[in-house]
Design a protein around this ligand. Structure first.
Ligand SMILES: NC(=O)c1ccc[n+]([C@@H]2O[C@H](COP(=O)([O-])OP(=O)(O)OC[C@H]3O[C@@H](n4cnc5c(N)ncnc54)[C@H](OP(=O)(O)O)[C@@H]3O)[C@@H](O)[C@H]2O)c1
Length: 276
């Protein structure tokens, strides 16, 4: 009988991480999900919940120990944990940049380093890293998040080349706007107050982001696509899941001069709106 496969998923308490966890459980995998809000328990849907803060090395080590006690295998690692700090570059504090990079990027590298020895031993493994359309182009007032996702894009290319000979495959998931994201991971820079020179433009952009996310795609569909890709013999390196206009934005970003893209995005987000 074929052994049951095991996946570790960070950021499994809400949004796309949760949807992906449910999709893996739906095809019979042992799912071990981590999040800060989890206590050590098994949920009704059979998903193992473990407390995990990817910014704390001791928490990552405890997660790995407990995961290996539940199942000695790690066939796939999905890194979805992330936070967003919205704010103008001028108003985003160094500690806010650090928080986003520590969670979205450095936290991911910690889990990858923890999973790789086991995957090398198995001579197989799948690593799925959540990037974003923001990993491919900048969006105003999302500089910290955009920087962290650009870092993920470069990192994934390096990781894929280095680990291929050990039977490990890597995938970058590049979602466009999806519903269901948690409010408590969408933070505002402390400097983005009423005195901000960017206030009106910032509010226009936040309204556009909110509108796009609440009218976004369904997380369940993305979860299923991630599972299907992970189970392919040759995983696709890039899995872009977005509406047509966001696919188009990526394409335009690649082929049009920067001033044209900048004009389109500034108009779309209302970035040139002056304070009254
Ligand atoms: N939703 C979208 O439209 C969209 C678009 C593009 C890309 N993405 C990417 O998709 C992924 C999921 O995003 P989402 O918006 O669907 O989810 P979300 O609801 O914002 O959830 C983020 C998850 O990360 C966890 N998390 C945050 N900080 C953590 C930490 N320090 N350690 C461990 N876990 C932590 C949260 O759980 P706790 O708070 O319990 O720790 C939560 O489970 C992210 O990587 C995001 O960048 C989302």
């Amino acid at each position: 009988m074929q052994e049951k496969k095991t996946v570790w998923i960070t950021g499994a308490s809400s949004g796309l991480g949760l949807a992906t966890a449910k999709a893996f459980a739906g095809v019979g995998w042992t799912v071990i999900g981590g999040a800060r809000s989890f206590t050590n328990e098994t949920a009704e849907d059979g998903i193992h919940h473990l407390p995990l803060d990817v910014t704390i090395p001791e928490s990552c080590a405890a997660f790995v120990d407990e995961a290996l006690a539940i199942s000695p295998r790690v066939d796939a690692l999905v890194c979805a944990a992330a936070v967003l700090v919205l704010g103008a570059c001028e108003n985003t504090a160094p500690e806010e940049y650090r928080r986003v990079m520590e969670t979205n990027f450095v936290g991911t590298t910690r889990l990858v380093q923890a999973a790789l020895p086991q995957m090398r031993k198995q001579q197989s493994g799948r690593i799925v890293l959540f990037s974003s359309i923001n990993g491919l182009l900048g969006i105003p007032f999302q500089s910290a998040y955009t920087a962290s996702k650009h870092a993920m894009e470069g990192y994934a290319e390096c990781l894929a080349m280095e680990t291929r000979r050990f039977g490990v495959q890597v995938c970058l998931v590049e979602p466009g706007d999806h519903r269901g994201g948690s409010d408590h991971t969408r933070l505002h820079a402390s400097g983005e107050d009423d005195a901000s020179a960017y206030r009106a433009a910032y509010e226009c952009t936040c309204a556009a982001i909110h509108r796009d996310e609440s009218g976004g795609l369904l997380p369940e569909k993305l979860g299923q696509k991630v599972v299907r890709n992970t189970m392919r013999r040759h995983m696709r390196f890039r899995l872009r899941v977005a509406k047509f206009d966001q696919h188009l934005a990526v394409w335009l970003h690649r082929f049009l001069p920067n001033w044209v893209n900048s004009l389109i995005l500034r108009k779309y987000y209302g970035t040139d709106t002056p304070n009254h």
